[in-house]
Ligand binder design. Structure first.
Ligand code: 13P
Length: 254
């Protein structure tokens, strides 16, 4: 099946990998995936490995993403990293509003919207995460939760900016649990996200935006998930931490 939108497969390494381990992984991926042209491949190492990894991916088909950034452009914000600092390492993508940052760092939709504007202002492509908790799904609130997250996290973006952005649907109950959404569940929510984007922006913009699925994606379930009409890629956690797992996901998605 030929997709209208090019797939994007991104690996979110989270708080894993020393510099040496990151180099091992990315060198392996570079070898395994050198021939892949059909998919945009992105790796998102921890900040500490960006510099070294950026040198390895420079002459490859692998692009670099960061796992978060500050909404500020610089100044007295201890511990924070600004978009301009990421750009020094040829970072092109940045994950924003990941559920772990929402849960452990109290990030709100309003903050995510400010960060998204800052990322786009620096020509970084934000990967904006949304997703419901288990009890929200079980009580039939999935669509309401997603609607509120989209309204809040995309507030103030123009149509042009949305087209430069990527939405990641990551149901929280599927992250790191081995409990993957069924292809039908993923498709249903992705189609719902696209309908909401059409209402918030317009049909043509909504058609162009890439919507990734994340949550226990593995090589064994990638093909079926990626073949859903509104699933335009994957945001992979655990399975992106080793060469075989991540490269098989990429290959199985083509
Ligand atoms: P897992 O693939 O480990 O479930 O993590 C998904 C995720 O959070 C990607 O951002």
């Amino acid at each position: 099946m030929v997709k209208e939108r090019k797939l994007i497969i991104a690996g979110n390494w989270k708080m894993n990998k020393t510099v040496a381990e990151a180099l091992d992984l990315v060198n392996g991926l570079k070898r395994e995936l050198a021939a892949v042209k059909e998919v945009d491949i992105v790796v998102c190492p921890p900040f500490t490995a960006l510099s070294e990894v950026s040198k390895v991916v420079l002459d490859s088909n692998i692009r670099l993403g960061a796992q978060d950034m500050s909404q500020h452009i610089g100044g007295a914000y201890t511990g924070e990293i600004a978009a301009g600092m990421l750009k020094e390492f040829s970072v092109r993508y940045v994950i924003l509003g990941h559920s772990e940052r929402r849960q452990f760092n109290g990030e709100t939709d309003a903050l995510v919207a400010t960060k998204a504007a800052a990322a786009l202002g620096a020509s970084l492509k934000p990967i904006i995460c949304v997703g419901e908790l288990l009890h929200q799904r079980e009580s039939g609130q999935t669509e309401a939760v997603i609607e509120a997250q989209l309204e809040g996290s995309l507030k103030g973006l123009t149509k042009g900016q949305l087209e430069e952005s990527i939405i990641a649907y990551e149901p929280v109950w599927a992250i790191g649990t081995g409990k993957v959404a069924t292809p039908q569940q993923a498709q249903e929510v992705h189609a719902y996200i696209r309908r909401r984007l059409a209402i918030m922006f317009d049909e043509s913009t909504a058609r162009h935006v890439r919507i990734q699925y994340g949550g226990s994606v593995k090589s064994s379930n990638a093909r079926e998930l990626m073949s859903q009409p509104d699933v335009d890629g994957a945001l992979v956690g655990g399975a992106s931490l080793e060469v075989r797992g991540f490269s098989d996901i990429v290959k199985n998605s083509i």
